[in-house]
Design a protein around this ligand. Structure first.
Ligand code: TGC
Ligand code: FAD
Length: 395
């Protein structure tokens, strides 16, 4: 059996959780210890997502866990959802990414912008893992500025015809269904952006995996090409309207990432503490040297602050009071914090720290993607700069 993670909780944040939230966290924690940690290193080196975990994740109710039970979801509150993301990313950012995309970027838009018929048809299938989804917003020339996208959807008598390309799409090659964002009128009008549910076996739809990734290796990232892809009228998400709709999905996913990054940092800190106590150099465990103690103190301090940030963010979300800018602050801070913790942990481990057998280097490499996707660190800086000054750096 894998080593049990004992948690990192210097300020008794556990005491602020309900019994149900703790129970959910502990269940996912044990599952990650038993099923993710033992296999993730080899999958990472092989560049493969551990597909065999998907049915187990579905069984545990990890997909769209904060969506209602009537659609086959777990109906949990947002703090419990966040704790799930934390534990999954403690295993690997790629495993958390899989669940984030399925829940926040595929199920959430169907729930928020879909018709009753679309919700009834797709949500139970996605919650059960029988269908896998992906989210196509980014394009080769439009990453930080998705409003400029050039993918178009043209209305016909029978339905819609989609043309364009999407880039860097998580689960793109394994998905059964893609949520594709496209302009339905003039290319200079982001207001005409709408979402479509596109089956990936539709004629003219192709997905190709991005090769040569040195980050998020245990996750599939693909390019999507849509060439005269015909979908029926019912493929349109009827309540999607303008750039705001995909940006709402990003807020939902970024919320989970803010929690997930704390999980990565906790894994790296835990590993660093254990190593510091065990590794003897100059006749002493390295944890007895002031320099290494300072490293550990910085890690614990920043993790503790980030944990409390997430918890309050989750409580605000559960009260319906959370703003996208508050999510930006948490995503920006926590991912940057986790990257620093992973780097310091890797350095503390000396040469061992470069091995896949340990966790720090894998987390560090993963976090470079997390730093970039779902709004780069810079973009969140500018979002917050606008919030503070009222002046947009974009328009
Ligand atoms: P802007 O004029 O600011 O906004 C257009 C409308 O949208 C509203 N809005 C938001 N609503 C909800 N949540 C948000 N986060 C929102 N941000 C803006 C805004 O109020 C406005 O509403 P209205 O009613 O006035 O129409 O739009 P802009 O074109 O100036 O762009 C702003 C900017 C740069 C911040 C935005 O485009 C942005 O966030 N860019 C970053 C792109 C990004 O994050 N892409 C992520 C792609 S998906 C991904 O990476 C998945 S990774 C896989 C995984 O999660 O594991
Ligand atoms: P660019 O936008 O070209 O940015 C390049 C640099 O310029 C960055 O440093 C950026 O911060 C900076 N920059 C941009 N604008 C400004 C500005 N105004 N001022 C100052 N600096 C600026 N997308 C999806 O739609 N679906 C997915 O499932 C998905 N999964 C992903 C998985 C992975 C592993 C990765 C790496 C990306 C994924 N993405 C996905 C895409 C991701 O969201 C984009 O990479 C991200 O939004 C940044 O876009 P870009 O890479 O084109 O960078």
């Amino acid at each position: 059996m894998a080593l049990r993670f004992q948690g990192v909780d210097f300020y008794d944040a556990d005491g602020l959780l309900t019994e149900e939230e703790r129970a959910v966290r502990d269940t996912v924690r044990a599952w990650v210890d038993d099923n993710v940690i033992p296999v993730i290193g080899e999958h990472y080196v092989a560049g493969k997502f551990p597909t065999h975990l998907v049915p187990q994740m579905a069984e545990l109710g990890l997909f769209g866990a904060n969506l209602p039970e009537e659609f086959g979801c777990a109906g949990l509150n947002n703090v419990a959802y966040g704790l799930i993301m934390q534990e999954l990313e403690r295993g690997d950012s790629g495993v958390r990414s899989f669940a984030s995309v399925q829940g926040a970027l595929v199920m959430y838009p169907i729930y928020e912008f879909g018709s009753d018929e679309q919700k009834r048809r797709w949500l139970p299938e996605l919650a059960s893992g029988r269908r896998i989804g992906c989210f196509g917003l980014t394009e080769p020339d439009y990453g930080s500025n998705p409003g400029g996208m050039i993918t178009v959807a043209k209305e016909t008598k029978e339905g819609w015809v989609l043309n364009g390309a999407k880039m860097w799409i998580t689960n793109g090659s394994t998905a059964d269904v893609a949520i594709v964002w496209a302009k339905t009128a003039r290319l200079d009008d982001p207001g005409s952006i709408r979402g479509f549910i596109v089956p990936t076996d539709a004629k003219g739809f192709a997905a190709k995996d991005q090769q040569g990734k040195l980050s998020l290796r245990a996750s599939d990232t693909s390019e999507l090409v849509l060439q005269d892809v015909c979908v029926p009228k019912e493929a349109l998400l009827p309540k999607s309207a303008g750039l705001k709709s995909p940006l709402m999905c990003l807020t939902a996913a970024r919320y989970g990432i803010a929690w997930g990054a704390v999980g990565s940092a906790m894994a790296c800190y835990d590993e660093a503490v254990r190593y510091a106590k065990a590794r003897v150099v100059f006749d002493r465990p390295i944890g007895g040297f002031q320099l290494q103690q300072a490293r550990l103190v910085e890690m614990l301090t920043e993790i503790t602050k980030a944990q409390l940030l997430c918890l309050q963010l989750g409580r605000l979300k559960d009260q319906g009071k959370m703003s996208p800018q508050q999510v930006s602050l948490a995503k920006r801070n926590n991912v940057s914090m986790a990257t620093d913790v992973a780097r310091e942990s890797r350095r503390l481990l000396g040469a061992s720290g470069i091995l896949a057998e340990y966790q720090a280097m894998r987390h560090l490499a993963n976090l470079e993607s997390v730093y970039t996707y779902e709004g780069t660190h810079d973009i969140h800086t500018l979002i917050l700069g606008q919030e503070i000054t009222g002046l947009s750096a974009f328009n």
